[in-house]
Design a protein around this ligand. Sequence first.
Ligand SMILES: [Zn+2]
Length: 91
Amino acid sequence: MIVDLDAPVTAPEAQSYTPLKRHGVCRHTITWWRTAGHVEQIGQRGRSPLYRWGDLLRAERDTRLSGQSRRSTRCRSCERAAERERDLVSA
Ligand SMILES: [Zn+2]
């Protein structure tokens, strides 16, 4: 759990933290937020864009309240990733 609102985080990191996880946010949601202009990339770590933790929390709140969250209980991109992983394990 991050308390420093200025902490830089990647989308995969952020999606595992309770405040976002509880609201069904995954890394794909965060990528969509960036595309839609709800959050700005503040840097880069390896190949992953970095975001300000406080910005992600604000985007979560804003999109949830506006009804444009595009969140559902099942994210198709996450499901496909899980399917690929299962295929790799069973192969
Ligand atoms: Zn997803």
